[in-house]
Design a binder for this molecule. Structure first.
Ligand code: SAM
Length: 212
């Protein structure tokens, strides 16, 4: 269902600079309309963020594609995502063959997405909790992707990133963020690339914003 719409969306992503064939292939496969509320399904393949309830959003497809491409995935990596939300970003990573751990602080979203994954047969470890402190039990991670915007990069996440690994995280104020693409060179050395002008819902937690 909606195959033509997915092809159209992939063409839009290409014109916006997404070139990673594995990312584009995953967008052809993962059915975004299954991750949004019924009432807005008709808009599922437009390149826009959409509301998923409780003032949260499923990120814009371009943003998901940009962040996934920035992770520079090769082979099967162990990935930690902060902000499961609808589960769409994690589903793209699973479709690309990654081993995914995803943390969500909102219990309702956590449960809803777990149910959806069970129904669709998507295999990922979905964890309920504050993602700003990461998930030490399964660290280190080859990649970390944060899908909510925080005031700074949580130190615990930098610790849980493997040496040679990459983290993609929007950092800024509550209205606008810069995407930081961080490579961990050694235990205490990092290189950072930046891309401006992203807008995410707030990252709330111990090493994030303190309130909604
Ligand atoms: N990756 C999601 C998707 O594909 O739909 C994007 C969801 S939305 C932009 C960001 C999510 O981050 C929200 O569901 C929000 O509840 C969650 N969030 C915010 N702060 C968090 C935290 N400290 N730990 C885990 N999840 C958090």
């Amino acid at each position: 269902m909606y195959e033509d719409r997915r092809e159209d969306l992939v063409n839009v992503l290409k014109t916006r600079g997404i070139t990673d064939e594995n990312v584009l292939r995953a967008f052809l496969k993962v059915e975004r309309h299954l991750f949004v509320p019924d009432i807005i399904k008709a808009h599922a393949y437009s390149d826009v963020a959409l509301p998923i309830g409780q003032e949260q959003t499923i990120s814009q497809p371009y943003t998901v594609a940009f962040m996934t491409q920035a992770l520079e995935l090769k082979g099967r990596s162990k990935i930690l995502e902060i902000g499961t939300g609808s589960g769409f970003q994690a589903a793209i990573l699973v479709e690309m063959g990654m081993k995914v751990y995803s943390i969500e602080r909102n219990y309702e979203f956590h449960q809803k997405t777990q149910k959806l994954y069970d129904n669709l047969g998507i295999r990922a470890a979905l964890i309920y909790g504050d993602g700003t402190i990461g998930w030490q039990e399964s660290a280190p991670y080859d990649r970390i992707i944060v899908t909510a915007g925080g005031p700074e990069v949580p130190k615990r996440l930098l610790k849980q990133l493997a040496v040679g690994g990459k983290m993609v995280i929007p950092v800024g104020d509550r209205n606008i963020q810069t995407m930081q693409i961080i490579t961990k060179i050694s235990d205490d050395e990092f290189s950072i690339k930046e891309a401006p002008n992203f807008k995410f819902v707030p990252l709330i937690g111990k090493e994030g914003w303190k309130s909604e």
